[in-house]
Design a protein around this ligand. Structure first.
Ligand code: A3P
Length: 340
């Protein structure tokens, strides 16, 4: 149930402008006219499901383990966001195979994508852990609406409204910080006035490019939508499988991407991508982001990197509530999830 009402496309929360609740553009303007290539690779995730992890793994597979690209290019540039297309230079001139990342729901993908059918790796994660990770992330990322208490955030998460809405400037900030840096240098580095002084500009941009507003919607819609995309060329994998056996996961992805890797390369890639090693990579751990945007003292971006951390956070009542909602929502889904 995603409808886009052009009469009231935006609403405000705490001075920030968001797209109208319970609405979702069918084919966001930002994706219109993207020329997909058959050999493009698209990584799709719901937020907090292992996005940045994939931005490490896939480039390493394509380079057959050569770490230069992950050591020198920030994750948002080596695997750019479709959402931020307006801010990426020379997308069309990038050499094949291009790798993109997106949080868009399946029903928001443009017709070009449906026709060309580029390869997709869809990554899923136990929604209880997605929730836990998202709660911590919302506390540290200043550009997101404050999550409120855990219970409040849980209601919003299950409801699928209110938390996942991001606007174009947030995305530009998150993923194109260096670009913003040049134009907004003074503002960003002035923690006193920085973020607040940007709101007028923010509002301005939103007015003129409400076209680029995006939403990601509920976890349940997201996963069900992408699982229903049977005609596309999709590999499904979960965060939990990657935790359980990263070598096997890398091998499977390499096969899907037609990139033969010997066991030594696979071992090398796996070693680079395990949590404790990847966490040290400045180009991947978001430490390049100013603390006014992401305060890693509140919670690190690469926070715990485990499966099942929800058990340390959800109360028994919350977990039960979650289970009941999950059962109802997923009753018709045939896919077998590792966490079930
Ligand atoms: P936690 O908050 O549970 O630690 P995304 O990149 O989609 O925003 O997801 C972030 C989550 O993926 C965080 O989860 C982060 O720690 C985890 N993550 C990132 N890199 C990882 C890695 N190499 N191994 C395990 N988990 C990783």
């Amino acid at each position: 149930g995603c409808r886009y009402d052009r009469r009231r496309p935006v609403y405000r929360v705490q001075g920030r402008i968001f797209i109208q609740k319970n609405s979702c553009p069918k084919e966001p303007e930002i994706l219109r006219g993207v020329l997909f290539r058959p050999d493009d690779i698209l990584i799709v995730t719901y937020p907090k499901s292992g996005t940045v992890w994939m931005q490490e793994i896939v480039p390493l597979i394509l380079s057959q383990g050569d770490p230069v690209v992950v050591d020198t290019v920030p994750n948002w540039d080596r695997v750019p966001w479709l959402e931020a297309r307006a801010y990426i230079q020379n997308l069309d001139q990038r050499p094949s195979p291009r790798v993109f990342i997106t949080h868009f729901q399946y029903n928001m993908m443009p017709t070009g994508f449906l026709k060309v059918k580029p390869r997709v790796i869809y990554v899923m994660r136990n929604p209880r852990d997605v929730f836990t990770s998202y709660l911590h992330f919302s506390r540290m990322a200043s550009y997101l609406v404050s999550p409120g208490t855990q219970t409040e955030f849980l209601n919003k998460f299950l409801d699928g409204k209110g938390i996942q809405y991001m606007d174009c400037l947030s995305i530009a900030f998150v993923h194109f910080y260096p670009l913003c840096l040049f134009s907004l240098l003074g503002l960003i580095f002035n923690p006193e006035t920085g973020i607040r002084r940007l709101w007028p500009l923010h509002i301005h941009i939103n007015f003129f490019s409400s076209l680029t507003l995006v939403i990601f919607g509920s976890w349940f819609d997201h996963v069900k939508g992408w699982l229903s995309a049977t005609e596309q060329h999709i590999m499904y994998i979960s965060y939990e499988e990657m935790i359980l056996d990263l070598e096997a996961s890398v091998t499977r992805m390499a096969q899907f991407l037609d990139t033969p890797l010997d066991s030594e390369m696979i071992r090398k890639i796996t070693d680079r991508c395990v949590f404790k090693n990847m966490k040290k990579n400045k180009m991947s751990n978001y430490s390049l982001m100013p603390s006014t945007m992401m305060d890693q003292n509140v919670s690190e971006f690469l926070r715990k990197g485990i499966a099942g951390d929800w058990k340390n956070h959800l109360t028994a009542a919350e977990a039960e509530n979650f289970d009941e909602f999950y059962r109802k929502q997923m009753k018709d889904v045939k896919y077998t999830f590792v966490w079930d």
